[in-house]
Design a protein around this ligand. Structure first.
Ligand SMILES: Cc1cc2nc3c(=O)[nH]c(=O)nc-3n(C[C@H](O)[C@H](O)[C@H](O)COP(=O)(O)OP(=O)(O)OC[C@H]3O[C@@H](n4cnc5c(N)ncnc54)[C@H](O)[C@@H]3O)c2cc1C
Length: 335
């Protein structure tokens, strides 16, 4: 059994911010961090810019290098998946390729983020791809480089869909966007969405709004996508970026309170869950919005802030998450 003062599950924005804040406040506390892949502190927000080539080397997506992180004396367990939390025993059961391991903690932060929403349409194997992790990035980059697709269908015209569209247009690939809502970028007013739509069209992007994907079939070359408006799109690659759902199963199974509608974890302003000595931050929690009340608004900028709050409050320091306003900045085909 490995014992630690602070145990953090998740090595992205929220988990790393919490670990660094805790270390900033206390140079003696032991901090152990589990992450299911081998990319601690990578900016997944930057992935579209690695696809476009503006980030010329994917290693540059790391906010800090491994040796930068090691200087903070955090015990990293990469490629290690947390399977179960025993909140009464203050233990987490995890596994990696060497077998199972129990981690005993004083305080636990769960920062397991979110996972992509699924399209809910049966499709041929390997037809659809999502974009969330570095592994997803490597898979897509490999397909773009090796198979050299000429036509890509992007399902979802939120900010991630727009950023990836820009990247693909820069690579000379024809893009069709399929959007369920009446206009692209549904987080802004429709007049602003229309402006964005015009810019996309001016750059040759085919934008189909107010329709969903109903069928994906193999074609002679690539795939045939059919929509609810009976449009047919031929694509060599289909990217599904229709949002995320909270990765809250670990805490749900441990008995933490979740929001019924979104399955996001309920936390207070100190990022405490309903379970003793267990905190949560980032894309798996319900976020305090200063205008809308509690809402599910998964963003890296919020995950960083919530992580810092959790890092302090796990040490018994007083810190309060002040909430978000939902401000957004996105560039669309500007170069
Ligand atoms: C393409 C793209 C572009 C984006 N652009 C922006 C942007 O411009 N601005 C912005 O604010 N946000 C952006 N985001 C959203 C932002 O990336 C997320 O909000 C942020 O990464 C959330 O951080 P997190 O730490 O909560 O979770 P995640 O980044 O999802 O990380 C979860 C961590 O938990 C680990 N994990 C999960 N389950 C387990 C387990 N069982 N055991 C061990 N480890 C586990 C994972 O390995 C990972 O380290 C973007 C997202 C994408 C996909």
């Amino acid at each position: 059994m490995i014992t630690t003062d602070l145990l953090i599950i998740g090595g992205s924005d929220a988990g790393i911010s919490a670990a660094l804040r805790a270390r900033e406040l206390d140079d003696q506390v032991s901090i152990t961090l589990l992450l299911s892949d081998d990319f601690p502190n990578f900016s997944i927000c930057g992935i579209p810019y690695a696809l476009s080539g503006e980030v010329t080397d994917w290693h540059h997506l790391a906010h800090r290098t491994r040796s930068d992180l090691e200087a903070y004396h955090i015990a990293f367990h990469s490629n290690t998946v947390a399977d179960k939390i025993d909140s009464e025993a203050h233990q987490v059961l995890a596994h990696n390729s060497d077998g199972s391991q129990v981690f005993a903690y004083q305080k636990l932060l769960v920062a397991t983020g979110a996972r992509p929403k699924s399209l809910g349409v049966t499709a041929p194997t390997a037809a659809t791809h999502v974009l969330r992790t570095m592994a997803d990035f490597f898979a897509i980059e490999d397909l773009l480089t090796t198979n050299k697709p000429e036509r890509v269908a992007i399902v979802g015209a939120g900010y991630v869909g727009l950023e990836v569209t820009e990247a693909l247009i820069k690579r000379g690939i024809a893009v069709t966007m399929i959007q369920r809502g009446q206009e692209v970028l549904s987080t802004v007013d429709s007049a602003m969405g229309q402006e964005v739509h015009h810019v996309l069209s001016a750059h040759g992007v085919a934008v189909l709004t107010d329709q969903t994907v109903t069928e994906i079939k193999s074609a002679k070359k690539g795939y045939m996508v059919t929509t609810s408006a009976d449009e047919t799109i031929h694509a060599d690659l289909i990217l599904v970026v229709i949002g995320v759902v909270p990765n809250s199963q670990l805490l749900a199974q441990a008995g933490a309170q979740l929001d019924a509608a979104t399955r996001a974890v309920k936390v207070d302003d100190a990022m405490r869950t309903s379970l003793p000595d267990i905190y949560a931050a980032g894309d798996l929690v319900l976020t305090k919005h200063r205008l809308l009340g509690n809402t599910y608004l998964p963003l890296g900028t919020t995950a960083h802030k919530q992580g810092r709050i959790a890092g302090a409050t796990m040490l018994g320091r007083s810190a309060v998450f002040q909430g978000v306003l939902g401000s957004q900045v996105v560039t669309v085909l500007v170069w």
